[in-house]
Design a protein around this ligand. Sequence first.
Ligand code: AMP
Length: 117
Amino acid sequence: MCIFCQIVKGEIPNNTVHENEDFLAFHDIHPTAPIHVLIIPKVHVENFQSVDAQTMAKMTPFIQDVAEKLGIDQTGYRLITNNGSDGGQEVPHLHFHILGGGKLVWNHQHEDPHKSI
Ligand code: AMP
């Protein structure tokens, strides 16, 4: 069972921000911004590429609620999902990173952005 499924089951502790029957939002264990929260579906979905439209339709208002709850809905935030190996996905369970709480820098994500792939 993947680590986020274990979190959903309560087998690994988490710092919950918001929850409903379908989704869970909790603080990232290694924050890279003043606010860094992960948002996941409770059912196991590997990544964005394999999620169905119905789940995303329900996830969108949940993510917006999380932003409100964190108090960053007006000040702004960044929403990221890393997809697969080149995308840097480490945990194979769909999750969105919501980052905020201050001005964020924009990092180049490729070691050589001019090199063709
Ligand atoms: P990604 O590289 O997009 O797969 O991101 C995985 C994220 O999960 C990383 O930011 C980790 O810090 C975070 N993470 C891993 N284990 C835990 C955990 N037990 N509780 C909270 N965050 C976690």
